[in-house]
Write a protein that binds this ligand. Structure first.
Ligand code: ZN
Length: 454
């Protein structure tokens, strides 16, 4: 049976999946929904049928193994991200029958898992997803190749290179004798390595009116603190230049962002990530990471946004990190000082490159659609079971998750009890400048940056 496969894509991390479903936005996500539409399969079926008939008669005189295209079995596809060690049991459960893979141009990828002595090593089928121009927000699938594994240290190892011009989601299945592989697939690893630069520049973009920020005398001095903070925290990569730009000066979009009005992300415009400002059109700046500073993010207890595994330094969707100068809390407005703004920007940028919270929040797990991912998967970052058990993690007004204000917890929970409270990827903003990334997180950040064209 030939099916057409369509996917709608959504984003996880600090951005809650459900919100985006409601808003019908177009973002990659920890869960991809595939919709099978059999009625639409007929033209495609006939095309494939008549093209393959001559092929069949030419080759049937030889003894050839069957060439099935093993499309995914289920409608919902979970995503494996490169070098992500926090795979949930959902992705593992559907590993043979179909998962998505986030891949980047020219990246060299390896998928491996323990061999099952009771089964022959399966073949790995790879498919490219493509947007169907007549049906926005949906994808079709086209076969790329079938891979046979190499055997190494008792594991099946498959390697491939991503030959795409932009980052993409590919789909894989595992085949055994023309059907889905039924053997065990223990200890799955999906790794990726790129050869792009390990140097990153920053571009601070102010949007609208920005009040004076405590600890600074100007936006330029905030820029200096920002680049100092990034250099101190991101020690595995080179933080090069920081540029400072103002949205009102944008050569084509400037008039949309008057310098005299406060900008409320999520209210002043529907796109709370203000991604149209990403990829700032100036020489040298276009490949910098765009950090958008707005007056406030219009959601309860939310200090910043960074989409998990955004990994886009080229502009457009998922190309920005957003930070507010004040936060809306249940007890009123709180203004952020420069130190906290810098910490939030560093934290959200960690998500941008694929770092998860050291302890998953309720919103994170809802966004992952997987309640088994309770922490980030690194062995050198502790996590805080008390935070999960506390049940105090409130859902934001719009259901979005982000770096939270400590007041969201009320008085019942003391975040200082958490062993990960001093790590930058702790989900709650706490005071102090002595926060850091662990060694494994640093290694991961460098791997991610080098996978991204820039
Ligand atoms: Zn966060």
């Amino acid at each position: 049976m030939v099916y057409f496969l369509f996917a709608g894509v959504f984003f996880g991390g600090d951005i809650l999946y459900l919100y985006l479903v409601q808003e019908n936005l177009f973002f990659p996500s920890t869960c991809i929904r595939l919709f099978f539409e059999r009625k639409r399969a007929c033209p495609f079926f006939y095309l494939v049928f008549f093209c393959l008939i001559p092929f069949f008669f030419c080759s049937c005189s030889e003894s050839v193994e069957s060439e099935v295209d093993l499309f995914p079995a289920q409608e919902d596809l979970f995503v494996l991200f490169p070098n992500d060690l926090a795979q949930g049991d959902s992705a593992r459960a559907y590993f043979s029958t179909g998962v998505m893979l986030l891949v980047h141009p020219n990246g060299v990828y390896e998928i491996s898992f323990d061999q099952d002595p009771g089964h022959e090593p399966p073949k790995l089928h790879l498919f490219r997803t493509y947007t169907k121009p007549s049906m926005s927000q949906r994808f079709g699938l086209s076969k790329i190749k079938r891979l046979k594994p190499k055997s190494s240290g008792g594991r099946n190892v498959y390697t491939f290179v991503c030959e795409e011009k932009e980052s993409a989601f590919w789909v894989m299945t595992l085949e055994e004798d023309g059907d889905f592989y039924t053997g065990k697939t223990s200890n799955i690893l999906f790794t990726g390595s790129g050869s792009y630069s390990d140097t990153l520049s920053l571009n601070l973009i102010t949007v609208g009116l920005i009040d004076p920020i405590e600890g600074t005398v100007s936006v330029d001095s905030l820029s200096r603190l920002l680049v100092q903070g990034f250099r101190k925290s991101y020690t595995s990569i080179v933080i090069d230049t920081i540029y400072t730009n103002h949205a009102e000066d944008h050569p084509t979009l400037g008039s949309k962002f008057p310098a005299t009005e406060y900008w409320y992300a999520g209210k002043s415009s529907e796109d709370f990530t203000v991604s149209e400002l990403g990829g700032w059109p100036a020489k040298g700046v276009a490949n910098a990471l765009d950090i958008v500073l707005v007056h406030r993010i219009e959601d309860l207890n939310v200090l910043g946004y960074g989409g998990l595994f955004s990994m886009n330094l080229g502009g457009g969707e998922n190309s920005t990190v957003v930070v507010g100068t004040e936060v809306l809390t249940s007890s009123g407005i709180r203004t952020l000082g420069a130190e906290e703004i810098v910490n939030v920007a560093i934290h959200e940028t960690g998500h941008f490159f694929g770092l998860r919270h050291t302890t998953s929040t309720r919103q994170d797990m809802e966004g992952y659609l997987d309640w088994s991912i309770v922490e980030d998967g690194f062995s050198d970052t502790p996590y805080c079971p008390e935070l999960i058990w506390s049940g105090l993690y409130k859902v934001g007004e719009k259901g979005k998750s982000a770096m939270m204000d400590a007041r969201a917890y009320g008085f019942e929970f003391d975040v200082a009890k958490c062993p990960d409270a001093d790590l930058l990827m702790f989900p709650v903003s706490t005071p102090g400048t002595d926060k850091n990334f662990s060694k494994e997180q640093q290694r991961f950040l460098k791997q991610s940056l080098m996978l991204i064209p820039h």
